[in-house]
Design a protein around this ligand. Structure first.
Ligand code: GDP
Ligand code: GDP
Length: 441
């Protein structure tokens, strides 16, 4: 499983700024589109060679602190404490400008009590002497500490290095490699969209108890399956969020577990309840898959319950709400009646095959030439970016490395054009196509 790192500190020290600096992805722009609100408290940091999950605890206080005075509602503080207790590593964030405060002292006392590996991060040190800032906190007794500026992204790479060094090595790629023939498919989505009903239906037996009772808890379940001569491992994450309405602390971990499940799968099937449309929570799950770079299939479930008129309405809504993942197939299914499953597996297979597509250098260079000639990039301040040549950069997702000049001035819209051009030309469906731009030869 992905290791978990918790950001802990009093309000206003810059935790969410640091969180954003650590979890920023190349797709950040895409998510800024209206209707795609992201949950900003849980994310994955991919800046280093190994990813880790990150939780911004929002604010935390020791037991003796008056919660109202520090601007913390009860459940938030409780959730923060729970997140810190579950983490593999705590980043204790303090404000280098203001120096140590009574609230910092109190949080430190609490951190000592829970006895977690803790690393001191002194933020807002832009324009400050880093050594002085570190000295200010020396009485906290940390063996080492790092001065950063989250707002200016100073020290962020060093911080990632430190974190990775301190985290336990986990077999991140273990499952992916254990049986290369077996495709790991994870079913994710809000509670009650029909994940367990679907997995039960696929297995054709009551292996999982599809329960109508809200609040039932189960962990995620894995089952192996052979279908049409292909081998799958199905992961049902249904249990992950069940208790969430009851306990906010559980909510935190359920989201992290969902992120972890996506990270470990080859194809994510995001399930949506057709009768409810695409909710913010659905969009947030889709965004998590998008961030992960994994293959994606959208399963629009409970299609059976809709009238013709509702189906029409839903079709229109889907094409609008899923516009930020235009490459993903949306398959209409009924888990209850078992309809659409053949189509679903065809889409899963195609997404997996596309995600593992191996480009060759001659083909991608030729494709780049045609894309360039058909539609050259716009001139910026008298100069046009030059795309010189391309070569394959790996699979899962399929990646293309483009060499050229003034690539920094390539607009996002042009990058999207390239991505769509390549996807069409190589008939890739259900996977993002990643571009890496390299300046010069
Ligand atoms: P949180 O309450 O701990 O999540 O803090 P925020 O991330 O919301 O930041 C609180 C304030 O500090 C905001 O006004 C940020 O712009 C500012 N801030 C955050 N990081 C830095 C930094 O590295 N340098 C400076 N100068 N200001 C920062
Ligand atoms: P999960 O929380 O995502 O695993 O959802 P469940 O599989 O437990 O299903 C939640 C509820 O939706 C149950 O009452 C199911 O009977 C119902 N349900 C699941 N799939 C369908 C479907 O295709 N059509 C209809 N009408 N109801 C469904």
């Amino acid at each position: 499983m992905l290791p978990l790192v918790a950001l802990v500190g009093r309000p206003n020290v810059g935790k969410s700024t640091l969180f954003n600096a650590l979890t920023r992805t190349r797709d950040a722009l895409v998510h800024d589109e209206p209707g795609v609100t992201r949950d900003r408290h849980y994310g994955i940091c991919r800046l280093g060679p190994r990813p880790f999950a990150l939780v911004d605890t929002g604010g935390i206080a020791g037991e003796n602190v008056h919660l109202e005075a520090s601007g913390l509602a009860g459940p938030t503080a409780k959730q923060s404490r729970a997140a810190a207790s579950e983490a593999d590593l705590v980043l204790f964030v303090v404000d280098g400008r203001e120096g140590a405060s009574a609230l910092d002292d109190e949080i430190l006392r609490w951190l000592r009590k829970i006895d977690k590996p803790t690393y001191l991060v002194i933020n807002k040190t832009d324009g400050l002497d880093a050594r002085g800032a570190i000295a200010e906190f020396s009485r906290y007794g940390f063996a080492d500490a790092l001065a950063v500026s989250s707002a200016h992204r100073h020290g962020i790479d060093e911080l990632v290095d430190e974190v990775l060094e301190k985290l336990p090595e986990t077999g991140q790629t273990e499952q992916l490699d254990s049986d290369p023939e077996r495709v790991r498919v994870t079913f994710v989505g809000r509670p009650n969209v029909g994940k367990s009903t679907l997995v039960n239906r696929i297995l054709g037996e009551e292996r999982m108890i599809a329960s109508e009772v809200a609040g039932t808890t189960r962990d995620s379940i894995e089952v192996d399956l052979e279908r049409d001569g292909r081998k799958y491992r199905l992961v049902d994450t249904a249990g992950i969020r069940r208790k969430s309405k009851v306990d906010e602390a559980v909510e935190t971990f359920s989201i992290i577990k969902t992120l972890q499940a996506i990270e470990h799968s080859q194809v994510s099937v995001v399930m949506i309840d057709a009768s409810e449309g695409v909710t913010d929570q659905d969009a947030s799950v889709l965004g998590a898959v998008l961030d992960s770079g994994r293959a994606l299939v959208v399963a629009v479930n409970k299609w059976d319950g809709l009238t013709d008129y509702q189906r029409e309405q839903t079709e229109a809504l889907l094409s609008r709400k899923l516009a930020f993942v235009p490459w993903a197939e949306a398959v209409r299914i009924s888990a209850k009646h078992g309809s659409g499953l053949r189509e679903l597996f065809r889409a899963i297979h195609q997404a997996h095959a596309s995600a593992n597509y191996k480009f060759n250098t001659a083909d991608v260079t030729r494709a780049l030439e045609i894309a360039y000639e058909t539609n050259p990039p716009p001139v910026v301040r008298g100069h046009a970016p030059k795309l010189r040549f391309a070569h394959p950069g790996g699979e899962n997702p399929p990646t293309i490395v483009v060499h050229g000049n003034r690539l920094r001035t390539l607009p996002e819209s042009y990058k999207r054009y390239l991505e769509n051009f390549f996807r069409k030309r190589f008939k890739l469906v259900g996977t993002p196509v990643r571009f890496v731009f390299k300046e010069g030869e």
